[in-house]
Every structure is written in C-alpha cells, then in structure tokens.
Design a protein. Sequence first.
Length: 583
Amino acid sequence: MKLKYIVSAALLIFGLSMCDMTDITPKDSLTDGSFWNKPEDLKLYANRLYDHFPAPGVRLDEKSDNCLTTNYNTLLFNESNVPTSQHRDNDIWNWERIRACNFFMSRYQKVAGDESEINQYVAEVRFFRALDYFKKIKKYGDVPYYDRDLQTDDTELLYKARDPRDFVLGKIMEDLEFAIEWLPAPSRAEEGRMHTYVAMAQLARVCLHEGTLKKYHQVSGALSSEELLRKAAVMSENVMNAGLYDIIRGDDAGCGQKPFEDYPLNYSNQFIQESLVGNKECILPRVYKVDLLMHETGRMAGESGAGYSKDFVESFLCKDGMPISLSELYQGDESVENEIRDRDPRLYQLIDNKNKPYLVIGDERQVNPYTNVSPSGAVTGYQMVKFKSPLQAQAEARKTTYDWFLYRYAEVLLIHAEAKAELGECTQDVLDRTVNKLRDRVEMPHLTVSPVADPAAVNYGYSISPLLYEIRRERRIELADEGFRWDDIIRWKAGMLFENPKTFLGMRVTPEVAAMYPEGTFYGTNGVQTISFEGKDLIRPYAGKSLNDAGRKWTADDKRYLEALPLDELTLNPDLEQNTGWR
C-alpha cells in the first residue's frame, strides 16, 4: 500500500498518543492496550509522522536576501516583538510531535517480530524526532530534551531548564545514526518511504550546519567544528559513492514545453516533473497523485506576491564563468531581457521572461510581454517561476500533481564541496564530482580550485577564500527557493548581507521599461515606487524604508541569530530563560 493513501487509519492510531489509557479496554475500538502487537502496527503509527516533512511552497526563501514579499519581514528590519504565544503557523516551539515520537518509543517493545522489520519503523520514528529537534535548535539554540512521553505528574521534567544545544545535537546524531543502520536500502523501500540514504543526507545536512555555525560563531562543545565538518563530508560522500544518484537534465515531456535551442529548460523542468519516482536526482520524493493527493504550487508560483531581489539577480555569473563585475558578456540591467542575456542559464529559468513559456494551451506557447509587477505578482519585477508549470491544468486550485523533492542529490554535492573547502581539502577532483556536475547540466564553465576573486563580492563581515566564496554562490543559486538560504545566513554568521540595499530593492526602471507597461504602473500616487541607488532607479517594494534603514544593520552578537521564546512559555516555566537580547 502506498504511503500517501494511508490517512484515516493513521490519524486514528496517532490519536493513541494524545491521552492516557485506563485499564478498561473497549472491545470494539483500538486502544493503547490493544494496539502494539505486530510490526504492521508500528508501520501504521509511523505513517502519520510523514507529515513532519515540509509541504511544497513557492516562498521558502521569503526570509532571506534572495526574495521579497508584499509585506516586509519584520525580523529583517529588526521590528519583531517577542511573541506572546506560539503561533500556529510558526510552531517550532511545539512538543506534540516530540511526544508522538516518544510515545512510540515507550511502547514499540511490546511488538513481537523480526528485529530488522521492527527496527525499520523505530528508525523512521527516531529520524522524525531528530528532524524536529534539529528545527528547534536552529531556531532557539538550547531547548529542553525529552526522550519519553511525559505525563501530568512529571513535574520536574515538565518545568526543567533548557538543555545545551550541543547535548541535543548529540541526541539528534544518535537518532540519525540509528536510522542509517536500520532503514532499508532504496531497492527495498516502499515508494515514498525513507531509506538509509535519506538518513545519511539528513545527517550530512545537520553536521554541515552545526559545524559551520560552531566555526563562524566561535562556539565550543563536545564535538568540534572540524569533527562535524568531517562527518558531513563522510556522509555526503557515502551517498555519492552509492552510485544510485546523479545530476540529470529535466525532461520537456509532460512539462508543457517544446524543445528549443536558445533557451533550454533542463534545470527548471526538474521541478515540474509529474513523477520523481525513479528520477536519479531525487533521493526522496513527496509523491502526489491525481484526485488522491494534490497541492497548489502550480497555482502559486509566479502569483504569490514575491519577487527576487536585485542582489540575488546580480549574484549569477555570466556564461564565461566570470562575475558581472569582470565579464565582458554582461549586457547591463536596462531591461530584464538584457540582464538575463549571456548569464548562467539558471537565471532565465528562475525569472519570468519573454523566452520562457508562461502558459501553454494546446499547441500555443504564450509568453508574458513583460514581467508582472504587482502586489500579487512580483513586487520586485523579478517574477519567481522556478516551480511554475505552463500547463493550465496544473494552475487550478489545489490541482497540482507533480511530485516534490524532499531530498535532492544536488544538495548532497554542495554539502560535500563546502565541507571539503572548510576543511582545506577541496581538490579539483572534489569540484569535478560536485559543483561541476551542477554546472555541466546548464553548460557553465567548470569551477577551479583557484577562481578569480570577485571585486564586487558581497560582504560577509569577514574574509573567505575565493574558492569558498564561489561554492557559497553556487549553493545560493542552485538551491534558490528551496528553503535553505536563511539557515545558511545564520550558520555563516552573515547577517551583514542584509545591510546591502539591493537585498530589498528590485529591477531597474528606465523610461524604456516604463513605456512597456500600462500607464501608471510606475511612479504616481498608486504606482510602483522606485528609488535612486547608484545612479539607477530601482523598484522599492517597501515605501518608507530608507536605503540605510537602521533595522537592516546586524551586530556581531545580534539577537536575531536566535529567535525569541514565546512569553507564555516563560510564564509557565521561568527556568527556560529568554534568548539574549529579546525582551
């Protein structure tokens, strides 16, 4: 039975974890006392935990320097207040998922069966516990750690102080190591279900994050930065050496495209493939099916009130492999068409333009004559279409059916390249096995171990080698909109990036550009606002925000590298203590 079809029964079983059982056992329903009998029960319980994986979305980078949205992010302008309670849409400080995992861990031993079959589902549950705790330490740092489901009389544990981040990290790694050992090989895993290389990819992700965070925030602990980075390199290389995955070119078939030489869509087509099962770049897909399980990405992409920042667009290299500050191929930014010409082909595949079909009806390919500049389209003029299918059927409400990458091989390659560079072990062979495989897909020149330094490099607040700089650039571009950028900025201690006004400005508006749009689109009382920066008029999505807005300044020990605990949690348990700087 496919995982995505198991819903009702899983919800029923999941309810077992929400209350204590009495010694009165109903004969006509499932209870805690009657449930834990066979491995199939463990599987049924674990099914519901798959909701822990993130859902598809088109604004996963909205809190970053890549993307701007209709309403500005208050945290990035340092206008956030301490939340009074845990908001339902931002529920990282929520312990129901942890309790559900621990409820299972306290009871699975009752089941009789083959050890490997039982431990497969134990591994899944421990994986999800690790996943949730990883989210917690990224956002809050120290958090209380629990390895069993608490009851109302567990007063001491319920009101204990936060455990050190390093301690929780160790527990996360233990859970993932167990998952690596007991999850099946991909060939023995059910469609859409976890396997050992998913756990390896997740452990590599955790170790890269915490290893670089320790390095750049100068944090000590039981595990050193070097040990964590080496673990990230080993885990990512294990996935690479499996020989199961590769970087491939997205097929036009089924994507509403017709092959055309000048603007192939080998990169962006990967994200609108109807099925990722068997796709060699997909380590784990979220599987969707017509009329059974669908999402809304096809409807929201390009129409979500989000747009790329000027800074993000300028980060793309030219087709000669040089930055725009050095390349003779750069055509300037007098129009979007000029800006994407002779650049890294991923740029024209991420931004709507006259060469990329926006809608296909029958045999007719329609393109937009100009990018949508509006609160519901692209507030910056750079319209985000990475997950946009031109097929009309995919844009119907809740009717998108193409699969979603949960773990993508490209990320594993970038983890390996970055870890090796941080360790001082990034050879040309490492680059050829990682970054250059991504560049080969879009026919970009290879990265070498001694790249030319970009004279217009963004300011991280500290110096890094040109090689590491280019690996970070590659990660920013390849993984755009996939929800990694904010975590990267935090772990690199790179809040100073937001001090660049181009991180909250949009495309250039010249008289020629304005003439392409309906009268009144720009300027005027109700038109899109612009502001002069470096002698150019750039779209200014947030009226009243100055180029040198004080809220965009970040200090070395800025409080925003961690977020605030909800006030009601501190009231319930004063021993938790608030994160530094938040009041």
